[in-house]
Design a binder for this molecule. Structure first.
Ligand code: ADP
Ligand code: MG
Length: 249
């Protein structure tokens, strides 16, 4: 039994069936990619995992426990964290503060801003946040304003914000979207290293096949709201159904 089990999930927007009877079983500790053409329903599925959308029917279970009906915050607290398609960071705050906020939110359910307009945290949270930023290669920018970061560094910051929560499952929606080739390769290295160090299960939605084949051990291909093929990277590479889905044949 996998760490995340999705059964018979359906989701429509008006007359459009964005998810059509989705079944998925994600093995604990794996890096599992979900690929497929634009509009295939990948982000909709992720939104169902994190409480942003509620499926019309079906079940989503994490470690045997239903995620449906939990708030996004409650889902974070059971150990599921997400890296968004567009970075969601507080650009007026420092990198350190941006990492302390999710650490506090998961531990205490809240964070406080003090009279100086800074995030209030005890030494242990600060140390964890510093260590996490060092881990992603941002040790020399702890007190920089996050708004001034390059796109690649913002992604690193976001990963630190995600991993500081000590999640068991990380959901990444197009983690290299809009990046240069150099930043993409840096992100691949970072994600690969994170898998080894932290042993967390990852689900990666990705367009870039270079990223998918560099990281994923297992791949599910979506088309028109439905998983059409699942297998190892080698199996997926040669599958005619995959080519057909991408070429719209
Ligand atoms: P992907 O991430 O695979 O590109 P999405 O999950 O974003 O695809 O979208 C699947 C389909 O659902 C698309 O046709 C999209 O236009 C539609 N869709 C997604 N979100 C909404 C929404 N909130 N309201 C209406 N339609 C939506
Ligand atoms: Mg998407």
């Amino acid at each position: 039994m996998g760490i995340l089990q999705v059964q018979n999930v359906n989701k429509s927007f008006g007359g459009l069936k964005a998810l059509n009877n989705v079944n998925l079983d994600i093995e604990e500790g794996s890096v599992h990619a979900i690929i497929g053409p634009n509009g295939a329903g990948k982000s909709t599925l992720l939104n169902c995992f994190v409480g942003r959308l509620r499926p019309d029917t079906g079940t989503v279970k994490f470690n045997g426990r239903s995620l449906l009906g939990l708030s996004p915050h409650e889902i974070n607290q059971v150990g599921v964290a997400r890296v968004f398609q567009t970075p969601e960071i507080f650009s007026d705050l420092t990198l350190l503060e941006n990492v302390m906020i999710p650490a506090l939110a998961v531990r205490d359910g809240a964070f406080r801003i003090n009279g100086w307009g800074r995030v209030d945290a005890q030494a242990d949270i600060r140390e964890r946040a510093e260590a996490m930023l060092a881990d992603v290669g941002l040790a020399d920018k702890l007190t920089d304003h996050s708004g001034n970061l390059s796109r690649g560094d913002k992604r690193r910051l976001e990963l630190a914000m995600c991993l500081v929560q000590s999640p068991k499952l990380v959901l990444l929606d197009e983690p290299t979207a809009g990046m240069s080739r150099a930043d993409t390769n840096n992100t691949i290295d970072l994600l690969a290293r994170m898998s080894e160090q932290h042993g967390v299960t990852k689900i990666i939605i990705e367009h870039d096949m270079h990223v998918v084949f560099s990281l994923a051990k297992r791949i599910t291909v979506f088309a028109q709201g439905h998983p059409i093929v699942e297998g190892t990277p080698e199996q997926i590479k040669g599958d005619p159904k995959v080519k057909e889905a991408y070429l719209g044949g």
